[in-house]
Design a protein around this ligand. Structure first.
Ligand code: CTP
Ligand code: MG
Length: 383
């Protein structure tokens, strides 16, 4: 008996006001679509996941799912109903027993909710997660209230909606070309009894711009293990024409000596991130004795450390970098370095601080023999 999750992500997200479809927007470093997919991939009773996308979003989709083992993506249609239909048709060869149809725009679907839907499918052909409504409900016309609706007879419908695959496929074929916004509506039209299970308030559909902020707050609340890491590094100058500093190349009368590109700033930052997750230091992950790292771009060290944070389910909240040298002057390059680091860490630029300072001509930095860098990183991990 197989169960396939069919995630519809072919909408344009117009109501969100974003310049691209909302499902590809990141919340705390992970796209909405990816969060939805992961919820089903990680569920022990879901065998496979198939995503319905818009042809125009192919590159965004590939980027959001590159390391995942999914069924081939299916191209959706102009309406949600058409997108689901295309998805269901693509599964006919696999002919699963059950299908769970889910909106990509509901990234917080829980393992418990998926389980509840699957359990109910043991005794019925269609399952709908619902939520009671708490506000009084009214009908209106032309700016005036025309009546009241009995709240006790009404619930709000969520996804995933679970079905015996053959039944929902047949319903979609029968009611082709209509524009029903959820699949239990089609099932009911086809005479299939729809059973209710309890939905979850957090399983809300990201629809409007303000829903993004609510979603971000929800994730940040769950990342309450706040860690700080510190990093320090020094590289000496040798003959050359430019230095790599903070991920950018700056013309200079000398270069920094080192096995990699000797980007002292990114090395300090990498150590700060590794420190925050207690994962050793840069030398453990990229031994200087290994010829593989000769001339390596240090951004790969930093993105590796950021990946380790992400693998722990965490995010980089903030980094603060101080570059200590007489020359080159950091000020003119500060904005470019901040942007570069934000880009490597995939965080907003206002979460990156870069400062330059001298040692008043004292010590090795003061004598222009090399550059030192110090960094502090703040990381948020799940509790
Ligand atoms: N969807 C789809 N194909 C469509 C329309 C919607 O696959 N032609 C998907 C959306 O990607 C979303 C889910 O159906 O995951 C629920 O739709 P909705 O929240 O309305 O998303 P959008 O249609 O993208 O947003 P909007 O209505 O604001 O444009
Ligand atoms: Mg829509």
């Amino acid at each position: 008996m197989t169960t396939i999750a069919l995630i519809v992500a072919a909408g344009k997200g117009l109501r969100s006001g974003m310049s691209f479809p909302k499902q590809y927007a990141e919340i705390a470093g992970k796209t909405i679509l990816r969060r939805s997919i992961d919820a089903f991939l990680e569920h022990p009773s879901v065998d496979n996941v198939c995503v319905v996308i818009s042809e125009a979003d192919m590159a965004l989709y590939d980027d959001a799912t590159k390391d995942l083992d999914l069924l081939p993506a299916v191209i959706g249609g102009a309406t949600r109903q058409e997108s689901v239909r295309n998805g269901l048709e693509s599964l006919t060869d696999l002919s699963p027993e059950f299908v769970l149809i889910h909106d990509a725009a509901r990234p917080f679907v829980s393992e418990a909710l998926i389980s509840r839907c699957l359990e109910k499918l043991q005794i019925g052909q269609a399952v709908l997660p619902t939520l009671p409504l708490t506000d009084s409900l009214k009908t209106f016309s032309d700016g005036r209230i025309t009546g009241s609706v009995n709240r006790d007879e009404i619930v709000a419908a969520q996804t995933p909606q679970g079905f015996a695959f053959a039944h929902i496929l047949a319903a979609h074929r029968t009611f082709d070309g209509e524009n029903l916004t959820d699949d239990t509506a089609l099932a009911a039209r086809a005479g299939i009894e729809v059973l209710m299970v309890g939905g979850e308030p957090i399983n809300f559909k990201i629809t409007m711009a303000e829903d993004m902020a609510t979603a971000e707050r929800h994730i940040l609340k769950s990342l309450g293990d706040i860690r700080t890491g510190y990093g320090f590094d020094v590289h000496a100058f040798e003959a050359g024409t430019s230095v790599w500093l903070g991920g950018i190349e700056i013309p200079h009368k000398k270069k920094l000596k080192g096995h990699s590109d000797a980007d002292v700033a990114l090395h300090a930052l990498t150590d700060a991130l590794l420190g925050a997750i207690a994962a050793g230091d840069i030398g453990v992950h990229f031994p200087p004795s290994d010829p593989k790292w000769k001339g390596a771009a240090s951004e790969s060290f930093l993105s590796h450390a950021a990946r380790l944070v992400a693998e722990k389910g965490g995010i980089v909240s903030h980094v603060d970098l101080t570059i200590i040298c007489e020359e080159p002057k950091i000020g003119p390059h500060r904005a470019a370095i901040m942007e570069r680091i934000a880009d490597i860490l995939k965080i907003q630029t206002d979460r990156v601080s870069v400062k330059g300072t001298t040692t008043e001509k004292l010590g090795f930095a003061g004598r222009g023999e090399g550059i030192a860098a110090q960094a502090v990183a703040t990381v948020r991990l799940p509790e």
